[in-house]
Design a protein around this ligand. Structure first.
Ligand SMILES: C[S@@+](CC[C@H](N)C(=O)[O-])C[C@H]1O[C@@H](n2cnc3c(N)ncnc32)[C@H](O)[C@@H]1O
Length: 160
C-alpha cells in the first residue's frame, strides 16, 4: 500500500471512528480527552462534533494550527507518562471518550509506546465510554468494538 493510501485510510478512519464514538457517548457527561494535539486536526473535529462537551488536550509541545489550539485551561501539558496518572487523580474514572493519536512514523516504537500507555489510559475511561486509537492498544479489561462501516480495518481501533 502506498504511503498516500495509508495516510488517507488513517484520516478517513479517524473521522469515522470519532463520529461513531461521539454519537455513542453523546448522553454521557464526563470529559473528552484528546491525547496528542499535533496539528490539531482531530481536536478541531472533536470540538466541532461535540459542542457543549469539555475536550481536554494532552500534549508535550504545542505546534498546532492557530485555529485548532485549545484554550490554556483545556491544555494538559507534559509527557503523558506523567500527566495521565495526574489526570486520574483529577478526574477519576469519568472520561466519556478518549482519543489517542500519539504515534510517529516508526511502527515498532508506536507499538512499544501503546503498550506503555495502555495501563495509564484504561482507568480513566468511564463505564460505557469509548476509546479511539490510531494504534492497537493493550488493555486488561477493555475490548475491541466493531468499527463503523466507513472505517478501514487496522487504520484505527475502538475499545469499550
Ligand atoms: C501524530 S501527532 C497528533 C496529530 C493530531 N491527531 C492531528 O490530527 O493533528 C502526535 C502528537 O503526540 C504528541 N506526543 C507524542 N508523544 C507524547 C508524549 N509522550 N507525551 C505528550 N505528547 C506526546 C506529539 O508531540 C505530537 O504532537
Amino acid at each position: 500500500m502506498s504511503r498516500l493510501d495509508a495516510f488517507i485510510n488513517r484520516m478517513v478512519s479517524q473521522r469515522a471512528c470519532l463520529n461513531f464514538a461521539a454519537d455513542q457517548t453523546k448522553d454521557m457527561s464526563g470529559p473528552v480527552l484528546e491525547l496528542g494535539l499535533g496539528n490539531g486536526r482531530t481536536y478541531h473535529h472533536m470540538v466541532e462534533i461535540m459542542p457543549g462537551r469539555d475536550v481536554f488536550v494532552f500534549e508535550r509541545a504545542i505546534a498546532s494550527h492557530p485555529k485548532s489550539t485549545p484554550p490554556d485551561e483545556m491544555l494538559i501539558m507534559g509527557d503523558v507518562h506523567e500527566t495521565l496518572p495526574q489526570a486520574l487523580e483529577r478526574f477519576g474514572p469519568t472520561a466519556s471518550l478518549i482519543h489517542a493519536d500519539l504515534g510517529g512514523h516508526n511502527p515498532a516504537k508506536n507499538d512499544d509506546f501503546a503498550r506503555a500507555v495502555s495501563p495509564l489510559i484504561e482507568p480513566l475511561l468511564a463505564k460505557g465510554g469509548l476509546m479511539v486509537a490510531s494504534d492497537r492498544m493493550y488493555f486488561e479489561n477493555l475490548t475491541e468494538v466493531a468499527l463503523p462501516a466507513d472505517a478501514v480495518e487496522n487504520a484505527c481501533f475502538i475499545y469499550g
